[in-house]
Design a protein around this ligand. Structure first.
Ligand code: ATP
Length: 360
């Protein structure tokens, strides 16, 4: 017999004011697996999490934990008996309780048992020395680690995290994310993490569920979501994009950058060729000529630099294209800051292009 997923939600739907805010969402998570619900603000991520936590009721659909039904529209295990840990952005430590009392908050054992558990958990997050301190005596990152210890102390089977790291500054955030992830993996907890930041999802997740207007529109490993996005919006969620427009003839689209395959598209269909700025190549102008066309990179097209900015590890150069006046952005590693007005040639890496039909 195969082991059931630690968490499984089936066809979860929730309406507010007649609008489906969560619309037929299904997913499952194995022990020790981190799944990220990734999507723009208002797409229904938090509402999904709140239903799983048991603080919001679904209109339809089911929630299962370890193969046991926890909630449908008639049956409901109360939130406190679901063995689900919560780490929410606004779920800070209780300021009037010591670190020890904060971590012991959800524990039901004897005083001695609870104290032992608190010590174990604080050891785990490397903060035992603060056991009798008050939250305000700790840094933001330390408070976050205490919150993790508190959430893990009752030994939850599932951890729900809603933008838990968004209050921390960048460097601290990377460190806390990595520590948190290591501890969650070690304890075999299934994690559902909500975020609107693609970098966070890529860094944390085994599996990303891309959410838009209440629905999961694509789900898969970060590598697959990034490299095989289902539509233009999915590409744009992870990076800046350039869009080149074309019309199909004989399953090919002619563009100033050469021809692109558009398999399955009928003659006359409009398509968008989407390319990330890091997948353009820049070449110098030699008396009005650019590099020769190649099978990998197609035909070069000329543009005039309108702006160049140094971004730290790369430079971002913006062009106005000669052929139609459209704007194209390219990123180049290191320092490359051509002056505005300079003509340069661009080619696009054909293996990194996505061709999508225009549906509206
Ligand atoms: N109790 C409620 N009553 C009415 N509308 C609600 C309620 N809770 C959420 N909504 C609406 O449902 C939609 C989804 O909200 P939700 O908080 O789930 O989105 P989200 O993806 O988590 O966004 P954010 O990242 O901004 O928190 C929003 O339009 C929100 O206004």
């Amino acid at each position: 017999m195969t082991t059931p997923p630690r968490l499984e939600i089936r066809n979860l739907t929730r309406h507010f004011d007649g609008r489906a805010v969560v619309d037929d969402v299904s997913l499952s998570i194995q022990p020790g697996q981190v799944t990220c619900l990734l999507g723009p603000s208002g797409c229904g991520k938090s509402t999904t999490l709140r239903m799983i936590a048991g603080v919001e009721m679904q209109d339809s659909g089911q929630i299962w934990v370890d193969g046991t039904l926890v909630c449908d529209t008639v049956f409901r295990v109360p939130a406190e008996r679901r063995r689900i840990g919560l780490m929410f952005q606004d779920f800070a430590l209780f300021p009037h309780l010591t670190v020890a009392d904060n971590v012991a908050f959800g524990l039901t054992g004897s005083a001695a048992e609870n104290r032992a558990r608190v010590e174990t958990m604080l050891d785990r997050v490397n903060l035992r020395r603060f056991i009798d301190a008050w939250p305000h005596e700790l840094s933001g990152g330390e408070q976050q680690r205490v919150a993790l210890a508190r959430a893990l102390a009752p030994d939850p089977r599932i951890m729900l995290m809603d933008e838990p790291f968004s209050g921390l500054d960048n460097r601290l955030r990377d460190e806390i994310r990595d520590t948190t992830l290591a501890i969650l993996k070690e304890t075999g907890t299934a994690v559902l993490l909500v975020t609107h930041e693609p970098e966070e999802a890529m860094r944390m997740a085994d599996d990303i569920a891309l959410m838009r207007q209440g629905r999961i529109v694509q789900q898969g490993a970060p590598y697959n979501i990034y490299n095989a996005p289902r539509d233009k919006e999915a590409v744009a969620f992870f990076s800046d994009i350039n869009v080149i427009h074309g019309t199909v003839r004989n399953a090919l689209t002619d563009t100033p950058f050469g021809q692109f395959l558009a398999p399955g598209q009928p003659d006359g269909a409009r398509v968008e060729i989407v390319i990330r700025p890091q997948h353009l190549k820049i070449d110098f102008d030699r008396n009005g000529q650019g590099p020769l066309p190649t099978p990998q990179d197609g035909t070069p097209a000329r543009g005039i630099v309108t702006r160049a900015r140094f971004m730290g590890s790369e430079s971002l150069v913006e062009f106005r294209m000669d052929h139609d006046g459209s704007m194209i952005k390219a990123t180049v590693p290191n320092v490359f800051l051509p002056k505005p007005g300079k003509p340069l040639w661009l080619t696009i890496r054909r293996d990194r292009c996505f061709v999508f039909p225009v549906t509206h």
